[in-house]
Design a protein around this ligand. Structure first.
Ligand code: HEM
Length: 432
């Protein structure tokens, strides 16, 4: 039974005439999700019902914005995934006034100064990684930089060392845990147990998720003792700030909340940015003339990043739940129905973006920034300035270091995670 008092088997949704029927976990969706979104836009009815998982979905930019502005109706409290959260979450899973309290604490740490202060370290990291393969003349750029740069940044922000006491690379197993948790976001809860039993969820991934949670518990304990001994100060990293920054009412975050923040930030800040970084290079290397155009005019870097976020949004969509009965298109929704807001589809809405399927570096930057890749409103991505900065450092450095960068083999797409769609392997070569 979920927290709203309903059994998950009590369906709140049903197929609706005029709505698309879309199984977001199915092979056809994962193979060509943009075609599904295009079809929904073209049909004149930008809503879908999911036959698997009991939810509706919205593809139109206007309808998504409408929902995001009806703060009294549409809530985050049941969480951004398909399942109904059973215990209170953080940030994307809470509503005001609790959300306001949490945001106040996060905002103190997510300042422009903190992010910009990290640029020299980011540059050094990217250069070191490039040095390590430069003479070979080829690499998988996804593995070399897209995965590791966001992990490096989040680990630094959280004050966590990259290597374990026994020398193992924490980037390796924490990312595995992330893939697992995000991978389950669209799986109906009654299918998760079956997937574990049948071995469809690799045991090692589950273990790595547990190991990641243990790392956070240990890190929190160490941070508290370093603060107590005076070795670390309040402004040392995000965790010290979480521990020492009071909310508007003068109280502090509980340890459970801080652990929730750590887990959420690792997931929200790494896998998403990873996809964005590989997508940028992929677009520039496949859309004729664009790589050279941006290299010769670095002022285009922000536009290249935003246009990639628009056209290839890393997060396909996240959920809201209605707190009262409401209409969705022609359908009357009962209270507590899960509805998926398809950011990636809103970004391809022809009513807002002319010729939406085209990667176009002649668009107006202000207009492109209407994309929904970072959401909108109350829960707008707090890490967006950081992700953009990582994109700039990454693209600038790659363009400076590699001569005649080109694709070098098959680009493999990620198909395990319906919520996050992107590249898994990006083989490139360059002249040495
Ligand atoms: C390209 C990279 C990224 C993408 C596409 C992305 C996407 C998103 C989206 C769509 C949301 C809105 C969720 C909703 O309304 O339900 C969100 C929220 C959030 N993101 Fe990001 N994100 C990215 C990078 C980051 C980074 C680097 C961080 C931090 C290190 C971060 C931290 C957050 C936080 C804290 C929230 C919750 C905001 C709130 O509820 O108030 N994100 N992100």
């Amino acid at each position: 039974m979920d927290v709203s008092g309903k059994h998950m088997s009590d369906n709140r949704t049903k197929p609706i005439v005029g709505f698309a029927e879309v199984d977001f976990n199915s092979e056809p969706f994962l193979t060509d999700f943009k075609k599904v979104y295009e079809g929904m836009h073209a049909s004149g009815c930008p809503f879908a019902h999911s036959p698997r998982g009991d939810h509706y979905a919205v593809a139109s930019h206007t309808e998504i914005m409408k929902i995001l502005k009806q703060y009294d109706v549409w809530k985050a409290k049941f969480g951004p995934a398909l399942n109904y959260l059973e215990s209170p979450g953080v940030l994307v899973s809470v509503d005001p006034p609790e959300h306001t309290f949490e945001v106040r604490i996060v905002s103190a740490s997510f300042s422009k100064e903190v992010f910009e202060g990290m640029v020299p370290e980011m540059e050094a990291f990217v250069n070191e990684r490039i040095d390590s393969v430069f003479e070979k003349g080829e690499t998988d750029l996804h593995e070399l930089l897209s995965v590791s740069l966001p992990m490096f940044v989040i680990f630094r922000l959280l004050g966590i060392e990259r290597y374990d006491e026994d020398g193992t690379d924490r980037f390796e197993w924490t990312r595995d845990g992330i893939v697992n948790s995000v991978g389950l976001m669209l799986v109906p809860p009654d299918e998760v147990a079956q997937m574990i039993e049948s071995g469809n969820i690799e045991q090692v991934r589950m273990q790595n998720l547990v190991r990641t949670n243990e790392l956070f518990v240990k890190q929190l304990a160490e941070t508290k003792s370093k603060l107590a001994s005076g070795e670390w100060q309040g402004g040392q990293n995000l965790v010290t700030r979480f521990l020492t920054t009071p909310g508007p009412d003068g109280t502090f975050l509980t340890e459970d909340k801080i652990l929730g923040f750590m887990g959420f930030l690792l997931t929200a800040g790494s896998a998403t940015t990873t996809i964005m970084l590989s997508n940028i290079i992929y677009r520039l290397l496949t859309e004729e003339g664009t790589f050279d155009r941006v290299m010769n005019d670095p002022a285009l870097i922000p536009l290249a990043i935003e246009e990639t976020l628009r056209l290839d949004a890393p997060v396909q969509g996240l959920f809201r739940t209605n707190d009262e009965e409401v209409e969705l298109g022609s359908v009357h929704l009962e209270k507590d129905t899960k509805v998926m807001l398809l950011w990636a589809a809103g970004n391809l809405d022809p009513e807002v973006f002319e010729n939406p399927m085209k990667f176009d570096l002649d668009r107006d930057l202000g207009k492109v920034r209407r994309h929904l890749a970072f959401g909108y409103g109350t829960h707008f991505c707090r890490g967006a300035p950081l992700a953009r900065l990582e994109g700039e450092v990454f693209l600038r450095t790659v363009m400076q270091r590699f001569n005649n960068l080109r694709l070098n083999g098959e680009v493999v797409m990620e198909k395990r995670i319906p919520v996050l769609q992107g590249i898994l392997k990006l083989p490139v070569a360059w002249d040495t």
